[in-house]
Design a protein around this ligand. Structure first.
Ligand code: NDP
Length: 322
């Protein structure tokens, strides 16, 4: 994209920061947030983005231009697991203020999550029209945050005539922030902590590398419409979480201890038909992407990982299923 005026929320986060930095090269990018991490704010500004303080929970937007062409709304207040009322209000009112201010934009991209789906069997491939409800035992307010914001996006997309996309993200990972769920799991392995896995089989997910995510944001804006379009957003491959852990252990030599239990974090796999039809396939295979990310985030394993990367294909095995 060139010469557009783009408003980003959640720009200090793992998902939106690489997008904001990439877009700031050729566009006017404004990032809103609380900027509790001054280093992330500085990095955004160094990349050419403007930063303005806004807390979604605090009320009106700061003084901003009114002519943004595109909005990436990635900020989320996930809640503390008990503050349902506040979680619903912060996310829905924040989203409403943003959409109202940017009513004339060409595209509004709201980053939602697979946590909105009513839980089905572990092997179920969630489709966009599947039952909603969500269930996140370790953070029950999170699906409420995402569902309430989705409702606002649907409502204001139609009421304001603002072309919108609700992209339900699977698991994003890459060299930004904490690196995403795979790198959180790797850090636990490094600390010698056991990895909780289910009693039978394994959990599956669709890992989406930052490179694909950054490339796909402008494509998603292109398919924004009224009423808001809903699309599952994940990597092409179905990745077993136990396979992922074993792969990271083999790559780095860090021992893996699996703990079969009832408390493993459930993940989800998506049906990709809608996303593929709209914006096409991904380009980064999960093994190559994980190897690259480990090398980027953990210097001590870089040589081992680089030696392996020389033999691993960059592209993935498309439509691989379990
Ligand atoms: P992070 O936790 O890394 O970042 C959250 C972002 O939200 C930060 O930039 C933070 O900015 C901003 N934020 C939080 N509270 C407020 C607030 N009250 N006012 C303004 N900004 C706020 O999240 P991710 O980057 O991982 O996630 C981004 C989006 O993607 C979220 O909507 C999430 O639900 C969704 N998602 C992410 C997945 C993933 O794999 N990462 C998977 C599925 C969905 P600051 O602290 O500066 O205010």
């Amino acid at each position: 994209m060139h010469g557009k005026k783009i408003l980003v929320t959640g720009g200090t986060g793992q998902v939106a920061r690489p997008v904001a930095e990439a877009l700031a090269r050729d566009n006017e990018v404004w990032c809103l947030g609380r900027f509790g991490d001054p280093a992330a704010r500085e990095a955004l500004e160094q990349a050419g983005a403007r930063t303005v303080v806004w807390d979604m929970g605090d009320g009106a937007l700061p003084d901003l231009p009114g002519d943004f062409t595109h909005v990436l709304h990635s900020a989320v207040h996930r809640g503390d697991g008990r503050d349902f009322e506040r979680t619903a209000r912060v996310n829905s009112v924040g989203t409403a203020r943003l959409m109202t201010h940017c009513a004339g934009a060409e595209g509004f991209l709201h980053v939602s999550s697979g946590v909105v789906y009513h839980r089905d069997e572990p092997t179920h491939r969630y489709r966009e029209d599947d039952p909603l409800g969500g269930a996140v035992p370790w953070l029950p307010t999170y699906p409420v945050a995402k569902l309430s914001a989705e409702g606002v996006v649907r409502g204001l997309s139609e009421a304001l005539g603002l072309p919108s996309v609700i992209a339900r993200l699977n698991i994003a990972y890459g060299p930004y922030g904490h690196g995403g769920v795979p790198m959180i799991l790797f850090r636990q392995m490094r600390e010698g902590r056991p990895a909780a896995v289910p009693h039978r089989g394994q959990n599956y997910c669709n890992l989406l590398h930052t490179d694909d995510l950054v490339r796909q944001v402008p494509l998603l804006w292109q398919v924004a419409r009224t009423p808001a379009r809903v699309v599952n957003w994940g990597g092409d491959e179905e990745v077993g979480v136990t396979d992922l852990l074993e792969y990271m252990s083999a790559l780095t030599g860090v021992p893996l201890r699996l703990e079969r239990s009832d408390r493993s974090r459930e993940t989800a796999v998506f049906d990709h038909e809608v996303r593929r039809g709209l914006i096409g396939d991904c380009t980064v295979g999960w093994e190559a992407g994980i190897a690259r990310t480990l090398g980027e985030l953990f210097e001590e394993y870089r040589d081992r990982v680089d030696a392996h990367r020389a033999t691993a294909p960059e592209g993935g095995r498309h439509a691989q299923s379990h």
